[in-house]
Design a protein around this ligand. Structure first.
Ligand SMILES: NC(=O)c1ccc[n+]([C@@H]2O[C@H](COP(=O)([O-])OP(=O)(O)OC[C@H]3O[C@@H](n4cnc5c(N)ncnc54)[C@H](OP(=O)(O)O)[C@@H]3O)[C@@H](O)[C@H]2O)c1
Length: 244
């Protein structure tokens, strides 16, 4: 897809990986709808940086587990950006949920953000993209979509669901809309990660380092600007960690 003249919505775009994805799409000439939930100040900074790159940008707040909030966000985004042709589902939660400590409410809270919200956003985006006659949806999964992370039961299940959601949507939305999944390994360490834990994880990565958010943004940009003949695919951006 020729990005110039098109617009993209990136969820969870105030910080970290989502922010890098949004700014990479802006560098490639796409107008930007920047979703945030609690990080309004960070979203304002992304809007400002995107505008400095010469594109239109605006921020939209939504609690993505709330179907009405998602629909209201899409109403507002598509009014402001009728050329919306790209959705990147990146907003998620990540915390340990070992089996014996996992209760139903916690299970629901992880699955609702990491999987149900991806579907809610994709459904609304697809309605708009079908009318437009084209579109790209990129879901941010995880290497744990294929291999579980010990102690992260709900998260791993949610990310396995993202992989299947990607394949289901790719089938349903062909030929006009392509749907693919970028699966990071460790990119930005959790704030509570100790130096010893970081060293241990780096030793498991053939690339010898954790990923940079830009590594993920580059992989997303491949799907957004790359061949329309590629759909339903899973691209691990993990420095080779999944090979071990
Ligand atoms: N970081 C890594 O090493 C890594 C590894 C593998 C996969 N991934 C995946 O890559 C993506 C981005 O990772 P990240 O580390 O940058 O994500 P993150 O910082 O954990 O979360 C991104 C954003 O998601 C938003 N969010 C969370 N719950 C929400 C809710 N209920 N409604 C609306 N927004 C909500 C938050 O927005 P606000 O701050 O505005 O509230 C948050 O800033 C995620 O899908 C993640 O699972 C990341």
């Amino acid at each position: 897809m020729e990005p110039r003249g098109r617009a993209a919505l990136v969820t969870g775009a105030g910080k970290r990986v989502g922010r890098a994805i949004a700014l990479e799409l802006a560098r490639r000439g796409m107008d930007l709808a920047i979703h945030y939930n609690s990080s309004e100040g960070a979203a304002d900074e992304v809007v400002e940086q995107a505008r400095q790159l010469g594109v239109r940008a605006a921020k939209y707040r939504a609690e993505l587990t709330d179907e009405h909030a998602v629909n209201a966000m899409f109403d507002a985004v598509t009014t402001n950006f009728p050329e919306l042709a790209v959705l990147v589902n990146s907003a998620a939660v990540f915390f340990p949920t070992p089996l014996d400590k996992l209760d139903g409410a916690t299970w629901d809270s992880v699955l609702d953000v990491n999987l149900k919200a991806y579907w809610l956003c994709a459904r609304r985006a697809a309605q708009h993209m079908r009318a437009l006659g084209r579109g790209k949806i990129v879901n941010i999964g995880c290497v744990s979509s294929k291999r579980p992370w010990a102690g992260y039961l709900a998260y791993s299940v949610s990310k396995a669901g993202v992989m299947m959601l990607t394949e289901c949507l790719a089938l349903e939305l062909a030929p006009a809309i392509q749907v693919n999944c970028v699966a990071p390994g460790t990119v930005v360490f959790a704030e509570q990660a100790s130096e010893a834990r970081k060293t241990q994880i780096r030793a498991q990565i053939p690339a010898g380092r954790e990923g940079d958010p830009q590594d993920i943004a580059d992989a997303v940009a491949f799907f957004v600007t790359g061949p329309d003949y590629v759909t339903g695919q899973f691209l691990a951006a993990d420095g080779g960690r999944g090979l071990k």
